[in-house]
Design a protein around this ligand. Structure first.
Ligand code: ZN
Ligand code: FE
Length: 255
């Protein structure tokens, strides 16, 4: 199974899985990069996964339906241009013969879902939309800090080899913020260096891994003493991980 990140707009990725013949895509905000890839690789489009309702994730659905032979899986709690197969927590779907489990991860939007590959592999794929970014997380448009902190904690607890397929190339900007939160964390600078090389070569910094995110992502490190201290300096109650998370998110919004 091949995994490809199709760049869209200025900083989106539309993830494509294909086996050389059939393809599925995740969050096609724009149809044209998908159509070009399908044509270039001579692939049939057999399914579309949607994580949440924002236009940069669903804008290409209507145009792609003209060549889609398969379902559009989309979160039951959100309004997505239909027809869709509505999915919710615990559902397992078949994607080109691979099982993916639906995780509800509210926070960025109220009904946001992620798709986690199931099976015995130690590097399952995770399509997490705008919930978890490398070294960052999505803004809280509809959910509360408590919801988002709980959603991120669920993702952080996945196997360390889990391949994190986020929908935006925000990594370098997020790492600048991470370094401001934790100036004493050498993993952040090391990773920024390798990401700068990737970006200079016009390559994605993704997928990341859960193991790496646990080391560099301040939003997954809300109980680490340096992160707690940095958040406390911004008024957060140090004993409360949700307050630490909320203070970080507020700080990042204005960073
Ligand atoms: Zn979004
Ligand atoms: Fe987005």
């Amino acid at each position: 199974m091949n995994l490809v990140a199709l760049p869209a707009f200025t900083d989106n990725y539309i993830w494509m899985l294909h086996d050389g013949r059939r393809a599925v895509v995740v969050d096609p905000g724009d149809a044209s990069p998908v159509e070009r890839a399908l044509d270039a690789l001579r692939l049939g489009l057999r399914g579309i996964l949607v994580t949440h309702h924002h236009a940069d994730h669903v804008g290409g659905l209507d145009a792609l339906r003209a060549r889609l032979e398969g379902p559009v899986w989309a979160p039951a709690r959100e309004s997505i241009p239909g027809p869709v197969v509505a999915v919710s927590e615990g559902d397992t779907i078949d994607v080109l013969g691979h099982g993916f489990r639906v995780l509800e991860v509210p926070g960025h939007t109220a009904g946001h879902v992620a798709y986690l590959q199931v099976g015995p592999m130690d590097d399952p794929l995770l399509f997490c939309g705008d919930t978890l970014f490398s070294a960052g997380c999505g803004r809280l448009f509809e959910g509360t800090p408590a919801q988002m902190a709980a959603s991120l904690a669920r993702l952080a607890a996945l196997p360390r080899g889990t391949r994190v397929c986020c929908t935006h190339e925000y990594t370098l900007g997020n790492l600048r913020f991470a370094a401001a939160v934790e100036p004493g964390n050498p993993a952040i600078g090391d990773h920024a260096e390798s990401c700068r090389r990737l970006r200079a070569a016009d390559r994605p910094t993704l997928p990341s891994t859960i193991g790496l995110e646990r080391m560099i992502n301040p939003f997954l490190r809300c109980t680490q003493p340096d992160v707690v201290a940095a958040a406390a300096g911004r008024g957060a109650a140090a004993h409360d991980p949700v307050a630490v998370f909320a203070a970080l998110r507020e700080w990042k919004n204005r960073f």
